[in-house]
Design a protein around this ligand. Structure first.
Ligand SMILES: Nc1ncnc2c1ncn2[C@@H]1O[C@H](COP(=O)(O)OP(=O)(O)OP(=O)(O)O)[C@@H](O)[C@H]1O
Ligand SMILES: [Mg+2]
Length: 247
């Protein structure tokens, strides 16, 4: 469904990603983990063309998108929704209007239908009570859930989640986990999830990719990660201060 083949990316002299390869299958929940600054956000933004790789290929459902023009990515972005690390909403519109916007634009619903569907999407992420509020009035956690509701509006096949539970309280973090799991089970949505949330990782991940110093350190199931004898992997997934892990 989504394949990264030999991806390398540098910014100026700084090499960030170095020959990174892995694939996510249809319906899979694949977590991408690693230290702050390792290149997790840079990696997933390449799927939808917000950042271009220096080397390597990116495939979406077998289609090589690496050399796509900007206008070709519009099609990919309808199928692959991105929930950014820092929720990007229009501050001059209410939450429900933010979610209704892609519905009116891409599904050609009239405003009343779009608002009604948008409300249903907000209910799905448990923020219907904030439908008429402006994003600027809300905390990070609520904004993030509104952004998730908006990402769901086009019924994407793939969702790229950049830290979906960061800034959420534990109850709402688990609700987001449950939503991601349901999307995978019921609609066979493929999720690439960048996260540091160990509870999410060990609750809903099908597989995990750990990036370390530009490379894939380990790819495997949560069980593979629990049982790994690699000291760097062990330290990271246990969140220990002492050990060989370097940032
Ligand atoms: N557009 C850009 N131009 C220059 N440097 C960039 C750009 N985007 C990211 N970087 C740099 O690339 C590195 C990796 O960034 P990235 O945002 O992918 O990290 P991350 O793994 O997502 O970290 P975090 O967990 O803190 O979000 C960082 O050093 C960052 O400063
Ligand atoms: Mg990031």
């Amino acid at each position: 469904m989504i394949a990264f083949r030999g991806i390398s990316k540098a910014f100026g002299e700084r090499r960030i990603l170095d020959d990174v390869s892995f694939e996510a299958e249809r319906g899979e929940i694949l977590f991408v983990i690693g230290a702050s600054g390792v290149g997790k956000s840079v990696l997933i933004k390449q799927v939808v063309g917000f950042i271009r790789p220096d080397r390597g290929r990116i495939l979406v459902d077998g289609e090589d998108v690496t050399d796509f023009e900007e206008r070709d990515f519009a099609r990919i972005r309808k199928r692959c929704a991105m929930v950014f690390q820092h929720a990007t909403l229009f501050d001059a519109m209410t939450c429900v209007e933010n979610v209704a916007l892609p519905l009116a634009k891409h599904r050609r619903l009239d405003q009343r239908q779009a608002l009604s569907e948008a409300r249903a999407l907000l209910a799905r992420v448990h923020v219907e009570a904030f439908a008429e509020r402006y994003p600027g009035e809300l905390g990070d956690g609520l904004r993030k859930r509104v952004a998730i509701a908006r990402a769901l509006s086009l019924e994407p096949e793939v969702i790229l989640f950049d830290e979906p539970t960061t800034g959420l309280d534990p109850v709402n973090a688990r609700r987001v986990d449950r939503l991601i799991a349901e999307l995978s089970e019921k609609a066979r949505v493929t999720s690439l999830v960048v996260s540091h949330d160990l509870t999410s990782i060990f609750t809903i991940a099908h597989r995990i990719v750990m990036l370390y110093k530009g490379k894939v350190r380990l790819i495997g199931s949560p069980e593979d990660f629990r049982q790994s004898t690699d000291a760097v992997v062990r330290q990271f997934v246990r969140g220990e201060a002492q050990g060989p892990f370097e940032t």
